[in-house]
Design a protein around this ligand. Structure first.
Ligand code: AKG
Ligand code: FE2
Length: 338
């Protein structure tokens, strides 16, 4: 499948956004899917062998805690033998957002290229996002019930942010992963107008909105379908931040490993955002999906209210950033380094 379509026309960013709002899509590549469906798969954004090598590095990182987890022994998939991983598969402490293998994935040309095409902009910044270890059949964690949401403030409509994840293991219909509500991004404004007076599911950031039962009914009544996105190792999954989505845990024998990769034009971030982002980078802290670092995380994982004894505050293997990757930190775009 072609992932390297050459775009000959130059498109102003606002036109890209307009096309991503479903008007006259005719890029001849994944952007048409994105505009129409609110999500897309870029096949082979990373060569398969390299994707499997990254999955291997994720396994080694888990084994490196020396808590008893062994990749070939499913009986060792237990919270006592692993660092803190939520029932949704999210792992975000321990400096993991800046491990070398995570930065290597963020810097993969096929991944960065896809975002450059969507934004028609090479001056991008990247999120210092979590990574995901979804193991099948876990009974040591609460069940991962559907948590349909969008990662965009409903009061700020229109296309604002493209989210992504790089899938690293074979991910078929039973292997858990991303579930999206096809086409609902195009109904987003109408939806939020109709739901304006509904009681909201509490959110810790305005850039998150949870879909209630009533909201789910609205989507069904408007003909929207939920779709499980299947992928091979090295495929990049993209979705518009307005698209309702959640993830499911795998049901078979294959784990679901992925690395979240989200980029936005540096022009959409303020200098204050970039200062916060620099601080996060220098202190090995994570962010949400939003690359403008409005919220930065902490490396203090807590288990049952107590600090995890295995907390660490820097990556095991520090990243080696080339020029392109360093620009993605936003630091070179700071007007004053003070
Ligand atoms: O793990 C996933 O597929 C999606 C998680 C999620 O909601 C997100 O990354 O915003
Ligand atoms: Fe999300």
């Amino acid at each position: 499948m072609s992932t390297t379509t050459v775009i000959t026309e130059t498109i102003a960013p606002q036109n890209v956004a307009m096309r991503l709002d479903g008007q006259d899509p005719k890029f001849g590549d994944f952007r048409d899917d994105l505009a129409r469906d609110g999500f897309a798969v870029v096949k082979g954004a990373i060569p398969k062998e390299r994707a499997l090598k990254y999955a291997d590095e994720m396994y080694s990182w888990l084994e490196g805690f020396n808590l008893g987890f062994k990749r070939d022994d499913p009986s060792t998939v237990h919270k006592d033998k692993l660092p803190l991983i939520s029932e949704k598969g999210m792992c975000m402490h321990y400096g993991v957002a800046h491990e070398k293998f995570v930065w290597d994935v963020r810097s993969e040309p096929g991944v960065v290229d896809a975002f450059e095409k969507v934004y028609n902009d090479k001056d991008l910044i990247v999120s210092f996002d979590a990574i995901n270890f979804g193991f099948p059949n876990r009974t040591d964690l609460p069940p991962n019930k559907p948590w349909p949401h969008q990662d965009q403030d409903p009061s700020k409509p229109g296309f604002r942010c493209l989210q992504g994840l790089v899938n690293l293991l074979p991910n078929g219909p039973e292997d858990g992963g991303l579930i999206v509500c096809r086409g609902a991004h195009l109904l987003s404004e109408e939806f939020h107008r109709d739901m304006a007076d509904e009681e909201r599911i509490p959110a810790w950031t305005p850039e998150w909105y949870g879909y209630t039962e009533n909201g789910m009914k609205w989507l069904a009544d408007h003909g929207c379908e939920w779709v499980k996105v299947c992928a091979e190792p090295g495929d990049l999954l993209l979705w518009d931040s307005r698209t309702p989505h959640y993830n499911l845990s795998p049901k078979g024998s294959t784990p679901r490993f992925c690395i979240y990769t989200c980029y936005m034009p540096v022009a959409d971030a303020t200098q204050e955002d970039l200062v916060r982002k620099k601080e996060a980078f220098e202190n090995w802290l994570g962010t949400t999906h939003w690359p403008n670092a409005r919220h930065t995380g902490s490396n203090v994982a807590k288990r049952d209210g107590k600090e995890c004894p295995y907390n660490r505050f820097k990556p095991v293997q520090e990243p080696v950033l080339g020029e392109r990757a360093y620009k993605l930190t936003g630091i070179p775009y700071l007007k004053s380094q003070a």
